[in-house]
Design a binder for this molecule. Structure first.
Ligand code: GLN
Length: 203
C-alpha cells in the first residue's frame, strides 16, 4: 500500500519536514483537524512546545482519533522532540503524554535555549551517523521492552523505535538529514521488532 503521510501542523517546525519529504519525493498533508487523519498511514508530530501541542490536539479533538488509529495499526507515528515527549510514557511533568511509546522523556533536560547544540548522532547498528540539532531537548530515561535504541549521542539514547513508532529528541529536519524519515517510511516500521520478538520466543 502506498504511504500517505501527514504532518501535524498545529504548532512547531512543520515546513522543514515538508522539505525533507519533498526531497524523498513524498507529498505530505498538513493535519489541522481530526478529519485530516482519514486515509493517512504515517503522521509526523513535529518539535515545538509539547504543552501547546497537547492543548491544541485536545482542543481540536484530534487526540482520540489519533490514538485509536495508531492502536488499530493503521497510523504510524514519528515524534520529534516535543512530538517524542507526547508519544512517550506518562510522567509527573506536564504535558499529559499519550503513552503510546513505552519510553520516559524528561523535558528540557539539557538546559535553556542557549544550550542548544548541533551534534552527530550514531546509529546503533553501526551503519553510520547523521547530524542532529538539539533545541531544549528532552532526555531519554527508561526504555520499555518493546522499544529499541536506534541512535545515540555521547552514549545516550537519542532516537528510539517500537512497532509503528519512531521518536527522536533532536531535530533531524533542521540539519536537513532525511535518514530518520526514510526509516519511518520504510516497510519495517510496524513489523521488524515484532518479528524479532517472535523469533526470540520460538528460538
Ligand atoms: N522543550 C520543548 C518541550 O518540552 C521541546 C523542544 C523542541 O521540540 N525542540 O516541549
Amino acid at each position: 500500500m502506498k504511504a500517505r503521510v501527514g504532518i501535524l501542523a498545529l504548532q512547531g517546525a512543520v515546513h522543514e519536514h515538508e522539505r525533507i519529504l519533498e526531497g524523498l519525493r513524498v507529498e505530505a498533508l498538513r493535519v489541522r483537524r481530526a478529519a485530516d487523519l482519514e486515509g493517512l498511514s504515517h503522521l509526523i508530530l513535529p518539535g515545538g512546545e509539547s504543552t501547546t501541542i497537547r492543548l491544541l490536539l485536545d482542543l481540536f479533538e484530534i487526540t482520540e482519533p489519533l490514538v485509536e488509529r495508531h492502536r488499530a495499526g493503521e497510523l504510524a507515528l514519528f515524534g520529534v522532540c516535543a512530538g517524542a515527549i507526547l508519544l512517550g510514557r506518562e510522567s509527573e511533568q506536564r504535558p499529559r503524554r499519550l503513552g503510546l511509546l513505552d519510553v520516559a522523556f524528561e523535558r528540557n533536560a539539557f538546559g535553556r535555549q542557549l544550550q542548544s547544540f548541533r551534534a552527530d548522532v550514531d546509529f546503533e547498528d553501526g551503519s553510520g551517523s547523521m547530524p542532529g540539532t538539539f533545541i531544549r531537548a528532552p532526555r531519554i530515561g527508561e526504555i520499555g521492552d518493546r522499544a529499541r535504541v536506534l541512535a545515540r549521542h555521547a552514549g545516550e539514547a537519542v532516537a528510539v523505535r517500537a512497532p509503528g513508532l519512531l521518536a527522536c529528541t533532536f531535530h533531524p529536519e533542521l540539519a536537513g538529514s532525511p535518514d530518520l524519515h526514510r526509516i519511518f517510511l520504510g516497510k519495517g516500521i510496524w513489523g521488524e521488532i515484532e518479528a524479532e520478538a517472535l523469533a526470540g520466543r520460538s528460538g
